[in-house]
Design a binder for this molecule. Structure first.
Ligand code: NAP
Length: 352
């Protein structure tokens, strides 16, 4: 049981991020003082939305310059904090060198932050943003899971530097966190494992999250011929923020939490947008046949290798989200609300 004193500051790493922004809003609205760790506090366009949120809330925000790759650079930001939210990690698909661009910041950064936590006597709990990518590698893994359903007991053991390197980075980073946690007794670790996060952006002009790029592809005509029935999980960013908040302040929160509102697929996500946006935007409404994807996929998108298509397209994705509902009282928004609110941002920002 870990009780957090909410009069103490709380650290959020990767504060400029899509997920972190909603978490920070939740914390500020609660009146907390947020120590926001960012790579470059001088990039005012990246933190403008956080400043606005702080002005409109009961809480306070203080910025610290920190980098996952710079050892000890989170120490100052952690001073006096009982709680650390570690959300920072690259979620990008355009990479040159998976080791340098993904693994080093994800794994080295986690080690860097947890080591600093062990050197900061005030820290009692760390909430780590992992991913369902650390639970499974391909949708086909669901078929091999007990009862055909992913649970917190399942680990991704199929990714590598060459295949799904982002998933590899999240798996290695979470494993590193559990290993470090087991070797000390000062703080406990609670892990949030979201599936694909969607929903409104607070900083759509500067976001780097791959979530934005994925949604944009549905509306910009890239998929007007059809969308693959690619099995995946989806969750609203506001529910992910709430999950982090509850994981932090519920004294009995423990272990990993699959944070996924809906078992779905890419085509279904697109079709749910058709009634509201289908008239004005070239949203895919038909499935793209697997054979056609096998033929052209590898030439159109580096991620769409034949192996990836074989193991993910037309395969049902299924995860059990009962642990987070029961332990932390999380209720997930309907998929329609999430998709429509997210797509509306693309419309409002004229990015399509
Ligand atoms: P995001 O908006 O791109 O946020 C990533 C954050 O990490 C940014 O604040 C970025 O800072 C920071 N970061 C990256 N490299 C860094 C470095 N070397 N040093 C310090 N900070 C660094 O992406 P997001 O979607 O919110 O993702 C947040 C977390 O959720 C990640 O851990 C991601 O793996 C996890 N997650 C996301 C999804 C999803 O669908 N979005 C699903 C499951 C899990 P800068 O602004 O300086 O670049």
């Amino acid at each position: 049981m870990t009780n957090i004193d909410s009069s103490r500051p709380v650290l959020v790493t990767g504060a400029t991020g899509y997920v972190a922004s909603w978490l920070i809003k939740r914390l500020l609205d609660e009146g907390l003082t947020v120590h926001a760790a960012v790579r470059d506090p001088k990039k005012t366009n990246k933190i403008a939305h956080l400043n606005t949120m702080a002005e409109q809330s009961k809480g306070n925000i203080v910025y610290f310059k920190s980098d996952l790759l710079v050892k000890g650079s989170y120490g100052k930001a952690m001073e006096g904090c009982e709680l650390v939210f570690h959300t920072a990690s690259p979620f990008i698909s355009k990479i040159k060198d998976p080791q340098k661009d993904l693994i080093d910041p994800a794994v080295g950064g986690t080690e860097n932050i947890l080591d600093s936590a062990s050197q900061t006597a005030s820290v009692k709990r760390i909430v780590l943003t992992s991913s369902c990518a650390a639970v499974y590698n391909d949708a086909i893994d669901c078929l091999h899971a007990p009862n055909g359903t992913l649970t917190e007991a399942v680990w991704n053991n199929g990714s590598s530097l060459d295949y799904q390197p982002y998933s590899f980075s999240k798996t290695l980073a979470e494993k590193k966190a559990w290993t470090i946690c087991e070797n000390q007794e000062q703080w406990d670790l609670v892990v949030i494992n979201p599936s694909l996060v969607l929903g409104p952006w607070m900083n759509p002009k500067v976001t780097t999250s791959e979530s934005f790029a994925i949604l944009k592809q549905l509306g910009d005509g890239t998929m007007k011929m059809g969308a693959p029935k690619l099995g995946l999980g989806m969750v609203d960013v506001r529910d992910v923020a709430e999950a982090h908040y509850q994981a932090a302040f519920n004294p009995s929160a423990k272990g990993r939490y699959i944070t996924s509102g809906h078992n779905t697929n890419f085509l279904e996500m697109s079709k749910i947008l058709l009634p509201k946006f289908g008239k004005d935007y070239p949203l895919p409404s038909k499935p793209l046949p697997k054979w056609l994807l096998m033929l052209v996929g590898p030439f159109t998108n580096k991620l769409f290798t034949r192996r990836f298509i074989r193991n993910n397209v037309n395969i049902e994705w299924k995860a059990d989200n009962s642990k987070i509902k029961n332990d932390l009282g999380i209720a997930f928004r309907p998929m329609q609300e999430t998709m429509e609110d997210a797509f509306q941002i693309l419309v409002d920002e004229k990015v399509l």
